[in-house]
Every structure is written in C-alpha cells, then in structure tokens.
Design a protein around this ligand. Structure first.
Ligand code: ACO
Length: 399
C-alpha cells in the first residue's frame, strides 16, 4: 500500500491512526474481547469460569501454551516455576541500592531489565527450549522482585521465597513476613489475590502488550521486552486508574455527598473514575468478578468504609441517563483498589500487582510474535509535518 504514489514526492497512501485505534498490529489467538457484549476469553475460555475454578498458574500455562494442561503437565509447570523463584544474589544487591523512596514500579522495571544480563542466552530467541525456560524464570521471579520492591520502601529486609507455599501465598509471605516462622496468609486472601492475578493476566493489544510486541519485534531478549511493557504499564493512563478511584472515593467522603458529586460529573467538571472503557461498552466482566471478591476479602480484613460509597455510587450512576446513554459501566479498576487497600498495599504497589498478573499475557504475546512468520520489526509510518530542504548556516555565521 505504501508504494502507491501520485508522484515521486508523494508520501504514498498511508493511514493516519494515532494510537492505532483502528489498525490491527498483529493476528493473535491469545485473548478475545467483545466490548459490546462484555465478553473476555483467554484462549477461548470465559474469564468467569477461569476466575471461579482455575488457578493463576494454570491460566498462565493456558495463555503460554494455548491449551489447558494435563495433570502431569500442570504438576511439572508448577514445579518448574516454584524451582525458579529465587534470584541471583547480585540482583538482590542491585535492588538494595535503590533509594528508600524509589517507586516500586521503577524498581521492578529496572530489575527485570537487569535479569537480561544474568541470562545472556535469553537473546537466542530462535530456540524453543530456551524461550520456554526464560518464560518460566520470568513468571517465577516476578513476585520475588515485586515483593522486594515493596520491602525496600519500608526499609525492611528482603524475604527469600518459601517454596513450600503456593505461588500467591509465597508472594504474600515475601511481602509481609516479619519473623523466622513461616508466614501463612488466610486462604481466602490467597484465593482473592490469585483471582485478581487471573483477571489481569491478559487483555489483548493494550498499551503494555503493544510495547512488549514492539520492542520484542527487534528480536531482543524477553526480559528487555517485558521491561518495556512494565514501563508502559507504569504510566497513569494505563495502570494507575484504581489509585485515582480511591482518591475520588475519599474525596466524596460520605454517601450523602454522592448526588452533588454526580452532578459535577454530568456538568463536565470531572470524571467518575473507574467508569467507562475504550473497549467495553457494557459491564466490564472483570469488574463483576472483583466486586464478588471484595466480600471474601472484607470477611477477613473488615469492611473498607469506602466500599459503601462505591456501591452507592455505582447504583446511582447505573440508574442515571447520563451514564446509561453513554454506555458507561464500572471497569476493572472501580473495585480493585479497595481490595488492594484492604491488603494494606500502599497505592504505589497497585501497579506492581497488575504487572505480576499481566506477565503471562505479555509473554504469551511475545511468544506468539516470535513464531509469527508474518511479523516484521515494528516501524510505523509517519505523516511528516516539519520543514524541508533548509540550508544550514554554520554557528560562526549565525551568532
Ligand atoms: N465519567 C464521566 N463521563 C465519562 C467517563 C467517566 N468516567 N468516561 C467517559 N465519559 C463520557 C465522555 O465525557 C464522553 O461524553 P460526551 O460524549 O458527552 O463528550 C463519553 O462519555 C465518551 O467518552 P470517551 O472519552 O470518548 O471514551 P473513551 O473510550 O475515549 O475513554 C476512558 C475511555 C479513557 C476509560 C474513559 O471512560 C475514562 O477516562 N474513564 C475514567 C478513567 C478510568 O477508569 N480508566 C480505567 C480504564 S480500564 C484500564 O485501563 C485498565
């Protein structure tokens, strides 16, 4: 198409599509979304069924391998991931070198990028076994790095993985353990966090998946490509909305203030954070599941008083023509921040939790990219708007 030119100076026929809103960058068999109907499926399986009956590691296997594991495959997968949870001591020293107030997402991005130097063979992406071992390592080490970035902010010693625990229980142990004895979180909390990881595991060509694919298309190693994805997720327009929801709920402060707040939204003064989605023009299926998980978490931690405000806000908005006519429904971020806060995560950690959950999705898309013969290095066209053919005047004649 680019070769169709009216004359030699013509840039050729090109589609100007900022943000790729209408341009498919790839073919993918990983995740299906129908935003009008509120459907999300990983490899064809509805998110509701996976959240109800699967585990995060099984979902990770599904995303990476394209099919559910047999019993033997599942056990081997869990064994392999558990085996790789430790990181090299020099990575630990590297992470200890960050300032006490370093943002945990910045630490995660840097330490995942640093892993590429510990596994130089990761750059040989043409070898299937090599690709798989790097994928296993990355899924395994992400909770360790995420937990350590949290402990750094608290000035607490880093806790090594406890491989007798499940993936998510182990993560909670590395986050919260305070003594020599084993830290075992309440099973309901483990299940709720595991479910949140499942809900975040992939979402087709979002900004961070696109970053992983774009950087990965240069055939760099997967640690570097995923570090780029973490960078994309770090941005407030992508991973940061649940924090904004919490701030909004705190500002509203009580149920009696909701009508005035809603009026302000309708007058265009501000947005109802956690509502609306570029793709979902129906209830975000993940929000429904998270809303349910709230009950399990609050049974253990006690109710977050902001929940009542959130529920009332949702009820009022869903009966209001402004929101109904614009198809504005709660998205995944409307309730997730409340759960994370109940776990006593500071807001800076919310995006780290998202990154741990999203890692299998990034890697599934990276793997698909490396095997896609039609893929080329990402190199979008541009519409040039600058000057042409200027004469350069040397500095001594210009000044
Ligand atoms: N509150 C009030 N009005 C809204 C909201 C909202 N949250 N979202 C959209 N609208 C209105 C717009 O003002 C617009 O109204 P108009 O037609 O009168 O001008 C109409 O609904 C359509 O909105 P767009 O901005 O065109 O929708 P778009 O698809 O571009 O935006 C987005 C989607 C960015 C998510 C938006 O709904 C929003 O800002 N929501 C709040 C932030 C948020 O919750 N983000 C998390 C998204 S999920 C995720 O990233 C993991």
């Amino acid at each position: 198409i680019g070769a169709i030119k009216a004359d030699d100076d013509s840039p050729g026929l090109a589609i100007y599509d900022p943000g790729f809103v209408n341009t498919a960058s790839c073919r993918s068999a990983v995740t299906f979304i129908d935003g009008e109907k509120g459907i999300l499926e990983y490899r064809g399986y509805p998110i509701e069924q996976l959240a109800e009956s699967s585990t995060f590691l099984e979902v990770a296997y599904l995303l990476i391998n394209g099919a559910l594991p047999s019993k033997a495959e599942y056990e081997q997968w869990v064994h392999d991931i558990t085996y790789h949870t430790f990181v090299h001591e020099n990575v630990k020293s590297f992470m200890e070198g960050f300032r006490y107030d370093a943002h945990p997402m910045g630490m995660l991005m840097a330490s995942v990028g640093a892993l590429s130097t510990f596994y130089p063979e990761a750059g040989v992406i043409g070898d299937a076994d090599n690709r798989m071992i790097q994928i296993i390592r990355m899924i395994a080490k992400m909770p360790t790095l995420g937990a350590w970035s949290f402990r750094n902010a608290q000035g607490k010693p880093f806790v090594y993985p406890d491989n007798e625990l499940s993936y998510t229980a182990n993560f909670l142990s590395m986050l919260f353990k305070m003594s020599e004895s084993r830290y075992e979180a309440d099973e309901r909390l483990v299940k709720a966090l595991d479910t949140l990881f499942i809900l975040h595991a992939d979402h087709e060509q979002n900004c961070s998946a696109n970053a992983v694919r774009s950087v990965g298309s240069s055939q760099v190693d997967p640690y570097s490509a995923v570090a780029a994805g973490i960078g994309a997720l770090y941005g407030p327009l992508h991973g940061g909305a649940n924090e904004a929801v919490l701030r909004m709920l705190r500002r509203i402060g009580s149920k009696s203030e909701i009508p005035a707040f809603i009026e302000g939204v309708k007058n265009g003064n501000e947005k109802l954070m956690g509502f609306g989605h570029r793709v979902y023009k129906n209830y975000d299926p993940r929000a429904k599941i998270i809303k349910k998980a709230c009950d399990d978490v609050f049974d253990v931690t006690g109710v977050n008083p902001l929940l009542e405000i959130a529920q009332e806000l949702e009820k009022i908005a869903l009966e209001d023509d402004y929101f109904v006519s614009r198809k504005l429904y709660p998205n995944v971020d409307f309730y997730s921040g409340l759960i994370y806060e109940a776990f006593q995560f500071p807001p800076e950690m919310f995006t780290v939790l998202f990154a741990i959950g999203r890692t299998p999705g990034w890697l599934a898309q990276w793997l698909e990219l490396t095997q896609d013969k039609e893929q080329k290095i990402a190199r979008p066209k541009q519409i040039y708007t600058g000057d042409r053919g200027l004469d350069f005047t040397p500095r001594d004649q210009r000044w």
